[in-house]
Design a binder for this molecule. Sequence first.
Ligand code: AMP
Ligand code: MG
Length: 340
Amino acid sequence: MTHIISASSDAISQAAAVIQDGGLVGMPTETVYGLAANARDGKAVARIFEAKGRPQFNPLIVHVNDIEAVQAIAYMSEQDMCAAQKFWPGPLTLILRRREDSGLSDLVSAGLSTVAVRIPSHKTARALIEASGVPIAAPSANRSGTISTTTPAHVAQSLGNAVDMIIADGASDIGVESTVLDCIGDAPCILRPGGITAEELSEVLGCTVQYDLGDKDSGEVKSPGQLLRHYAPRVPVRLNAIDVEEGEALLTFGPAQFMGMRGSGEQALQALPDSAIAHLSKEGDLYEAASNLFAMLHQLDLPEHKAIAVMNIPDQGVGVAINDRLCRAAKACKNNVSGS
Ligand code: AMP
Ligand code: MG
């Protein structure tokens, strides 16, 4: 049975312990219920994707309580500050440049150099962030492909035992997700409509804020800016590799003794320089692999590498999302070499 506990200081302490322990908490917010985890803990963030049954790693929103905490993870311009002062705490998410020393897991922003941040107003969400003492990553607390949840009962129905604990605090007031404002480009634009409108934002920011929602039907993006949402390495990616070719880098999963340099028999793992090999998880732990994925792709994405050969990753649990991202990275590269 899922653990539903009414909001109280005791419940908050218990939930904070769950968060600090790498667990998942159903967290009430003023928009919808969130599926909360420690944004610094890659394995905990990987659990969010698995719990939601999300077949893809989409970037998540990081929730903090004050501007200082935002500035510890992202850079804010004067214009960002105007939006923040007017609409925070509240249902506005800002896409900002991520600080290199943010301490956040790479998985939270799906390997991007940007991060989505929000300061919620809901007192229970704020109390949980305070008690946890860490930034909290939280997408909506529902299975992927189903509607967002606005009551604790719906969270339990949608996620069942995949969530360790749910803090019950009535129905969410707003009931729709936050407005997502992209603050990276020359002109701020809304990537997801929400309670705060383009008109309100235009007035406060002193410029015209437009919607840039992509094409929902085709799943394609309209604005070239939106293409930046998905990180892909520049060098080709070769999937399901059972060996390494000359000049390739290697991304391993699980024990890698059987790997050999193509054409040179069973030697070779040792022949790879340290800069050309990274281990997603030596133990074959998919959560660990997910949490390492983006950092390790970045690490191996060097011009001196002809390709990144990636060992087979089981297509189950969070492995589905890992494979989705790797397949897209493989397809995104023209001269890609097919897997062997
Ligand atoms: P959810 O976490 O389900 O509330 O959804 C978060 C929304 O914010 C999604 O529409 C994401 O695509 C968007 N988002 C989060 N981080 C970024 C980012 N770094 N760049 C662009 N969009 C983002
Ligand atoms: Mg959602």
